[in-house]
Design a protein around this ligand. Structure first.
Ligand code: SAM
Ligand code: SF4
Length: 354
């Protein structure tokens, strides 16, 4: 028997009875997609994400160990119906134990009996050397962040002159057979919107899906201005400069990206993630774990729940699962970006895990 709708107190009862839980919220959404932040540190300083001087990094002792990360993921998969895990950060390639964590997770089986879908979101610095090892460890696919192919614009946005490393990382990911490869780009008005057509062609030439994300108010406070962000409509218009774009049928109801077919060829696609102008909260199936072991039900949560304290305090798997289910039960209907009472998230993007 599986329990689809549980209240906070019923979660503990369900675990006690041995009934499998699901991460359900009061609006009936079921979380299947776990985002795991492996570090809050990063080797780039993208202007929309981090201040130039970086942030006060979490002390090492506050960060989950590799074994703790794997244990929480196992609880999520074995007891809570998680089917997909994406490792992120900060920069997840800075985590030395990444390959080992992936390898442990590759042995887990979902409630449907299939292997976990294991994905990585990365800036690709160092990926050239590690792509094959990550593939061998069990990584399936990778999203790489790249905002411009113009070295000067890349360096201005990321505050580091590392475009060549990113491009080498993308080539290595393809050689290693990581698939699909997607490129995530963020467009800043007056900075890189004119670079978008070249980025579209670079991705199309390599069979990569480009997905452009509207900038969200989750970086340094002075870097977001609602009136000035590039909207999905504007982005789409520029992406279509050299190509004919037609809407693609929505295959995954939980995907945040609106997708378009390029020049009538269904194998060529690109996407726009309109988190601000057209939020996808009602279809959101994500649950998030920060590198210090906090569950967040939404990127924009102002509250979070510690699993690390319970885990380090001797909590058993069932207790941890029940606390996780409780935290997700309270997931808000929407992030509220477009209402007057919107409150900024209690952490910035790199500390949550994007
Ligand atoms: N460091 C890795 C990377 O850049 O891919 C993983 C973490 S990063 C926080 C994950 C994603 O968040 C990146 O694709 C980045 O572009 C996106 N991101 C960061 N700040 C953002 C913001 N203010 N609005 C929208 N997306 C943002
Ligand atoms: Fe680092 Fe990713 Fe944030 Fe850029 S977007 S500063 S690469 S965490």
């Amino acid at each position: 028997m599986s329990v689809e709708f549980v209240s906070a107190s019923q979660a503990a009862d369900a675990v006690a009875c041995g009934a499998p839980l699901r991460l359900v919220d009061t609006f009936g959404r079921v979380a299947r997609d776990l985002r795991v932040s492996l570090t809050d540190r990063c080797n780039l300083r993208c202007s929309y994400c981090m201040p130039p001087e970086g942030l006060d990094w979490l002390p090492t002792e506050d960060t989950l160990t590799d074994d703790e990360v794997v244990r929480l993921i196992r609880i999520g998969v074995d007891m809570l119906g998680i089917r997909q895990v994406r490792f992120t950060g900060g920069e997840p390639l800075l985590r030395r134990g990444l390959e080992g964590i992936i390898n442990e997770c590759s042995h887990l089986r979902t409630d449907e009996g299939s292997p976990l879908d294991l994905a990585l979101t990365t800036n690709a610095l160092g990926l050239a050397k590690r792509a094959q090892g990550l593939k061998d460890a069990g990584l399936n696919r990778v999203n790489i962040s790249l905002d411009s192919l113009d070295p000067e614009h890349f360096a201005a946005i990321t505050r580091r002159d590392r475009l060549g490393d990113v491009l080498e990382g993308i080539e290595a990911a393809a050689r290693a057979g990581l698939s699909p490869i997607k490129v995530n780009a963020l467009v800043l008005r007056g900075m890189n919107e004119a670079d978008l057509p070249d980025l579209v062609d670079y991705c199309l030439d390599r069979g990569i899906e480009l997905r452009v994300i509207e900038q969200m108010p989750i970086g340094p406070p002075d870097t977001w201005d609602r009136q000035n962000i590039m909207t999905a409509d504007e982005i789409l218009h520029i992406m279509g400069t050299r190509h004919t774009l037609t809407p693609a049928p929505r295959e995954d109801p939980h995907s945040p990206a609106g997708r378009w077919i390029v020049d009538g060829d269904p194998t060529k696609r690109l996407g726009v993630i309109a988190s601000v102008s057209d939020p996808f909260c009602s279809a959101c199936d994500r649950t998030r774990l920060t590198s210090d072991g906090m569950v967040r039900s939404c990127l924009f949560s102002t509250e979070e729940t510690s699993l690390r304290d319970l885990l380090r305090g001797g909590g058993d798997d069932a207790q941890i699962a029940a606390r996780w289910a409780d935290a997700m039960w309270a997931k808000p209907a929407a992030h509220g970006l477009n209402i007057d009472t919107f409150a900024r998230a209690s952490r910035t993007m790199s500390r949550i895990g994007g």
